[in-house]
Every structure is written in C-alpha cells, then in structure tokens.
Ligand binder design. Structure first.
Ligand code: CDP
Length: 261
C-alpha cells in the first residue's frame, strides 16, 4: 500500500529474512514487461509494466513544429511530455502539469537526445507523450526506458536504445530498483540512464552525500541491472517482428490453399 505520510513509513525496509519488503533481494529488479505497437494512431508506441508502474509512450514525428517559433532551421527538436494520471497515485494528482512533471519531461528529453540524429531533420519535431497510469517509484527511469522503445518502434533512426534504472540506499544497504516506499523512506536514490552505443551515462541524479568509491559501486550495480533491462527492450522489439512474420506466413498459407482449390 502506498504510504504518503512520513510518520507512517515503516521503521525497517528489510524483513527479518533479509529480503526487502516486497520480497526482493538487494540486487533484484521488480518484474518488467514491455510491448510495442500498442497505440494505433501513433507513429510508434510502447507499454511497460515495471513492478506496480504502468506506463504508455506514444511517438509522433518527424512532423511540423507547433508552435512554429520553436522550430530550429539546422536540426529537429525533441519534445517529451511526461504526465501522471490523476488516479495514478494514492493522493489525487492535480490534472494540470506540475513542476515535477515539467522537470521529468526536461530530464527525459536531455537524456534521449544523444541517441537521435536530430541534425538530419531540420525544422521538424519528434514528440514523445508519456502517460503514467499507475505509479510506484522510479517512473522517470521507467518512462525513459519505454520512450526509447516507442522511438525505436516508430522506426526513427537511433544510435542505439537507452535504458534507465534507479539504484539507492536503504537501511545502509545499496539496492537496485527502488519501489515507491523505498524511494520515499530510503536514504538515497540515484536514477541512472545509459546510452548503449557508447555506454555513457546520459542521466544521473542524486541528492545526498557520497564519496567517489561509493559512486563507482552504484554505477557498477546499475550497469548489471541496465543490461537486463536492455535485453527486455530488445525482446519486446523482436517479438513484434516475429508476430508480423508469423502473420505473413499464415496469410501466405491461406492464399496457397485457395490457389490449390
Ligand atoms: O517516480 P520517480 O521515482 O522517478 O520520481 P519521484 O518524484 O521520486 O517520485 C517517487 C514516487 O512518488 C512516484 O513514482 C510515485 O509513486 C510517488 N508520487 C506520488 O505519490 N505523488 C506524486 N504527486 C508524485 C509522486
């Protein structure tokens, strides 16, 4: 159950058996499912379930820029709109985009830009709409991951995919993929994204104290988890084409049967 009042946070974030409150080990990701091609009107789209998070991403572009004054003559622009549904959190979220949504839209934009060839699309825009339907911690990372998948589904040339995950510290232990309660009651939360073509960090946020050694440990921890997430993204893309291939083969079989009659 999401707990929003500080006094109601559990005292301990580990159970007696050493597992986290949701039964995970320190380095274990929540269950993740991804699917592409889920929004008919979009040029590309994806849906992701990551623990209790449920998020859609829809991509449109390259297309004309509205408002026109945002257009750049020498390159395309990327615009990301991260929104949380009013019913996505325990406390009703105000429908108007708040400061947090604007900040997350901005960081997701900055983080995705390096993988796109915006210089090839002067005067146009790529728009990514992210809708969080159910939120339980780590939505900026989940949104970055699903947005990358939707861009790939749209067939937009990309240097590579990118993936994101949060690592952090709870009850003094370093953990991977913080849930909502761990995010709120824990000591540290570090969302990290990586662009796979150069394996560089494209998003890193942190608030708190840490020395360089600790930072390197966090980065190593994140890298292991990010590789697993990347594989799930690739599988989601592949399974779309396997399905299409099966459909085409079935259609061909039907046509051949008709031809034989
Ligand atoms: O989602 P993320 O961890 O990237 O961002 P956050 O600002 O650290 O928010 C952590 C979690 O707090 C979200 O994932 C939601 O589950 C929750 N939240 C909420 O309950 N009400 C809000 N208005 C915003 C976030």
């Amino acid at each position: 159950m999401p707990l929003l009042i500080k006094d109601e946070y559990p005292e301990k974030l580990f159970r007696k058996d050493g597992k986290r409150l949701d039964g995970r080990d320190v380095h274990e990701l929540r269950p993740i499912k991804m699917e592409v091609g889920v929004i008919g009107n979009a040029d590309g789209s994806a849906y992701l379930e990551w623990g209790k998070n449920k998020i859609f991403a829809a991509v449109y572009g390259p297309r004309e820029v509205h408002p026109h004054h945002l257009a750049k003559p020498d390159k395309g622009i990327l615009r990301v709109f991260y929104r949380m549904a009013t019913f996505s959190v325990f406390d009703r979220k105000r429908p108007a985009p708040g400061r947090r949504e604007k900040e997350i839209s901005m960081i997701v934009t900055d983080c995705i830009e390096p993988v796109l060839f915006l210089e090839l699309y002067p005067g146009t825009s790529f728009e990514v709409f992210i809708e969080v339907m159910d939120a339980d911690g780590g939505t900026r990372c989940a949104s970055t991951t699903v947005a990358a998948l939707a861009l790939a589904d749209a067939g937009i040339p990309m240097r590579s995919l990118l993936s994101a995950v949060a690592v952090g510290k709870i009850d003094g232990k370093k953990i991977v993929d913080l849930s909502g309660i761990e995010d709120k009651a824990g000591e540290a939360d570090l969302p990290i994204a990586i662009t796979w073509y150069n394996e560089e960090v494209s998003l890193l946020q942190f608030d708190g104290d840490m020395d360089l050694n600790e930072m390197n440990e966090f980065l190593d921890l994140a890298k292991g988890a990010l590789k697993k997430i990347h594989q799930i993204q690739l599988n989601a893309l592949k399974s779309k084409y396997v399905k299409l291939q099966e459909e085409m083969l079935n259609e061909k079989k039907e046509e051949d049967k008709k031809g034989d009659k």
